[in-house]
Design a protein around this ligand. Structure first.
Ligand code: B12
Length: 144
């Protein structure tokens, strides 16, 4: 069986919005002939359970969308980077595959997002083409 590329929607802000950007990325990966496992945490009651039950042991990579870096609200001042970091740590309990970030919230401060979440790397801006380039070496077994 082929190794899938896992894509995670980390956006659990309520009311939920559909993860449009991640869906574009998923469609692109799928059209390039790779299997996709999309885990939408906005739709899961227990996010840890969703991660542990849906991440296969050897995916090509785990892509995670950070749509919102913060909620842009003067009153609530919510920041989502600590949450993204927790999520990256949880993913690492289940696989050694590289964790790659993307999304508009990520692309505001890409380098600090990678650093602060502990992800392996990120793709700044539109991800449809870059994610396919990333899946290919993963399939051959090496990112070196
Ligand atoms: C439309 C929109 C909304 C709509 C959403 C409607 C809907 N059903 O989706 C509404 C009005 C509801 C909304 C609400 C909010 N929004 Co809004 N919204 C936008 C807007 C204008 C466009 C988002 C979009 O759909 N883009 C189109 C998709 C295709 O592009 P994309 O998501 O960027 O995805 C591409 C890349 O980022 C990348 N990519 C995405 N994911 C991944 C994953 C991987 C692994 C990779 C490699 C690449 C990748 O590839 C994708 C395809 O090219 C953006 C601003 C902007 N111009 O981006 C703000 C924006 C995302 N929103 C923002 C905010 C803050 C919010 C709210 C928190 C506001 C609030 N306080 O309530 C809420 C949050 C709602 C929620 N539940 O998350 C901010 C986030 C900024 C930040 N600091 O984090 C933005 C950037 C606007 C801004 N202020 O600058 N929003």
């Amino acid at each position: 069986m082929s190794r899938p590329l896992v894509l995670i929607n980390s956006n659990t802000v309520k009311p939920p919005v559909s993860p449009v950007g991640l869906e574009y990325v998923a469609e692109s990966v799928s059209r390039a002939g790779f299997e996709v496992e999309l885990i939408d945490l906005a739709m899961e009651k227990d996010w840890r359970q969703a991660i542990s039950s849906r991440i296969p042991s050897e995916p090509l990579a785990v892509g995670m969308t950070l749509r919102n870096r913060d909620d842009c609200s003067f009153y609530s001042r919510k920041h989502f980077i600590p949450w993204a970091r927790e999520l990256v740590q949880e993913v690492r309990k289940h696989t050694h595959a590289p964790v790659v970030l993307g999304g508009v919230g990520f692309s505001i401060f890409p380098e600090s997002c990678v650093e602060r979440t502990g992800a392996d790397f990120g793709i700044e801006g539109d991800g449809e083409d870059a994610i396919v380039l990333l899946a290919e070496p993963g399939e051959k077994g090496s990112y070196n």
